[in-house]
Design a protein around this ligand. Sequence first.
Ligand SMILES: Cc1cc2nc3c(=O)[nH]c(=O)nc-3n(C[C@H](O)[C@H](O)[C@H](O)COP(=O)(O)OP(=O)(O)OC[C@H]3O[C@@H](n4cnc5c(N)ncnc54)[C@H](O)[C@@H]3O)c2cc1C
Length: 363
Amino acid sequence: MRETEVLVVGGGPAGMVAAIEAAERGAKVVLTERDDRLGGQLIKQTHKFFGSQKQYAGSRGIDISKLLEGKLSNNSNIEILTETTVLGIYEDGVVTMEGADKHLKLKPKRTIIATGASEKFLPFANNDLPGIYGAGAVQTLMNVYGVTPGQRVLMVGAGNIGLIVSYQLMQSGVEVAAIIDAAPKIGGYLVHASKIRRAGVPILTSHTILNAYGQEFVEGAILASLDDKWQPIAGTEKDLTVDVICLAVGLSPLTELCWQAGCEMKYIPEFGGYVPRKNEFLETTVPGLYVCGDAGGVEEASAAMVEGRVAGIAAAESLGYGLNNVQALKAALKDLEELRSGPAGEKILKGLEKLLAKGETAC
Ligand SMILES: Cc1cc2nc3c(=O)[nH]c(=O)nc-3n(C[C@H](O)[C@H](O)[C@H](O)COP(=O)(O)OP(=O)(O)OC[C@H]3O[C@@H](n4cnc5c(N)ncnc54)[C@H](O)[C@@H]3O)c2cc1C
């Protein structure tokens, strides 16, 4: 059994920043990551980020990840455990994890959950055929391992992830036969959609996939138009020959550890599923347990990094570390407010409103 002051679970942008902030204030931090490298979703993001200059807009995700890794390795207060999966949080505060073929036990004074999110799947006939991927998986395959998934792709989902991954497929020489979305409007940024349309790829809104077909792997998909009640319209079926179907239909927060720890949870559709209730400093209803990034509600890497700042500072402050924490917290909360002030932030603000619904106290 080992002890530490702050345990950060998850080495994506939220967890890396949380660890840096807590350690820079003097706290001893253990950062665990189940993968063999740090970075979370950033390691596959070769495109330049949008948004605020302060949150690295104009930089590529992979470069932001390297920059944060540099800061982590320069801080002697941080111990990094990669290939280490946190398995359980127990009532007595003990956290168990598996790494390097060993079962480890740690007793942290504070825990920050930054486990990110998992890709959603869609129910349709034959959705278990080889050749059906999540968009994040396709991005990992191409941008981390240099492997293209096939030759002709149907992209399901016209949000930013669907659009960005479609463009990256095209840059890799893969044909994108169509992008479809059940919604009547394209969900992603128009600048991405226009670039793709100019290259001749149709983006079909109010469309769904009815089924995939193929003997041993995907050979095609049957699509249909949807009416205003989101029901398939008979007679509008189209047969599309493709060898890959890529699903970019959203993410769900990875909150198993929050459930286990006994956090009060609430279903917030705007955040992608069940999330723990938290106060403005991201402490959940379990004292000393914080949540930041996609695990607390699916948003973006920029917001994940600012939330990491909030959770890291708040955890250090609660242990008595750091100077000017109040100003630093205020600045971080202001950055979050700015990030969420545009049209893309409306959904998040609505989710936060529900999480802190009237008549309910935050924690
Ligand atoms: C395909 C795709 C493209 C995107 N493009 C953009 C973009 O252009 N701009 C933008 O701002 N955002 C983008 N995003 C969103 C952004 O990547 C995420 O919002 C951001 O990565 C969330 O950060 P996070 O640290 O919360 O989670 P993640 O980056 O998902 O990191 C979580 C980490 O926790 C680890 N982990 C999970 N469970 C455990 C456990 N039990 N024990 C140990 N480790 C664990 C995971 O392995 C992972 O490394 C994109 C997302 C995807 C999927």
